[in-house]
Design a binder for this molecule. Structure first.
Ligand SMILES: C[S@@+](CC[C@H](N)C(=O)[O-])C[C@H]1O[C@@H](n2cnc3c(N)ncnc32)[C@H](O)[C@@H]1O
Length: 277
């Protein structure tokens, strides 16, 4: 286990998750498309249960509880106590509860070496703004994986806020335009406004950077996918998802573009699927 003390969560990120309803985020609109496609990619690639899973940055358990229902032994880690308490509450009401839940940080995991067959980092990589911290989180994921174990790691696309601004007509706010300008310049997303829908402190990856960071951490990259495709940009995405035929079209086009290098950045999120040698 890591001998260094757990690093502190950036106060802006802590405030964001204290104030915004992350526990219901994936239930509608563009986020529902994110959830559908993330689950599809996990189901396609993850080894079948029984297997031990660490969901690091698991928030209130949207994926962790789904994986526990599927028969995995799931441990949830998140640095935000409010979200871990919500995961605990939800887990207690399930017939297949989580194996454990704890407040913790991706950079210093409180698990022994070679604990898990699968690790999820669906959040930490984009909230760690320094390359060294992301490398530390990837090194921790590698450490706790068994040889041959899988890592599913999400990133936010470099162009996510630019496209979101177009979709939601946000560029009329010059403060938003300035945020996007910096995103595109160096990937560093900072939101000095009071608007929580402009998101919070994050790093937005170019797809090539995500590939490089995974490989530099000694993992074998098996695939790099665009999660949502272009569908998240439609203002009527909720209506489309509610209609089975149009929902299938959104998913079909996301699938068609998921591995096309020239189209990866149109998704809000990227998913790297990798393995410990
Ligand atoms: C947008 S939420 C995603 C939650 C969920 N995994 C999902 O994909 O929907 C990002 C999560 O990453 C967590 N997070 C931020 N920094 C982290 C860190 N250094 N280590 C672990 N988790 C972190 C946040 O607390 C938050 O729950």
């Amino acid at each position: 286990m890591s001998e260094q003390p757990p690093p502190a969560l950036d106060p802006a990120i802590a405030e964001f998750y204290h104030r915004t309803p992350e526990e219901s985020r994936l239930e509608e609109g563009a986020f529902l498309l994110e959830a559908l496609r993330t689950r599809e990619l996990i189901e396609r690639h993850a080894r079948r249960p029984p297997a031990t899973v660490l969901d690091v940055g698991g928030a209130s358990g949207a994926y962790a509880l789904w994986l526990a229902d599927a028969g995995y032994t799931v441990h949830l880690v998140d640095p935000v106590p409010r979200l871990v308490a919500e995961a605990q509450r939800r887990s207690a009401a399930r017939s297949r509860p989580l194996a454990s839940y704890r407040v913790g940080d991706a950079r210093a995991l409180d698990f022994p070496d070679r604990t898990a067959e699968i690790v999820f980092l669906l959040g930490p990589l984009y909230h760690l703004t320094e390359a060294g911290d992301r490398a530390r989180a990837l090194s921790e994921a590698r450490r706790v994986l068994k040889p041959g174990g899988q890592l599913f790691a999400a990133a936010i696309s470099r162009w996510a806020s630019a496209l979101d601004g177009l979709s939601r007509d946000l560029f009329q706010d010059p403060r938003f335009a300035a945020i996007v300008e910096r995103d595109l310049r160096d990937g560093q997303h900072r939101n000095p406004t009071e608007r929580f829908d402009y998101f919070t402190t994050a790093y937005f990856h170019h797809p090539d950077e995500l590939r490089t960071e995974m490989e530099a951490s000694g993992l074998i990259l098996d695939g790099l996918y665009g999660i949502e495709g272009p569908g998240w940009l439609f203002s009527d995405v909720s209506d489309r998802l509610a209609d089975p035929r149009r929902r299938a079209d959104l998913v079909r086009v996301a699938r068609l573009l998921e591995s096309e290098p020239s189209g990866l950045g149109v998704s809000a999120h990227l998913l790297a699927v990798a393995r410990r040698p």
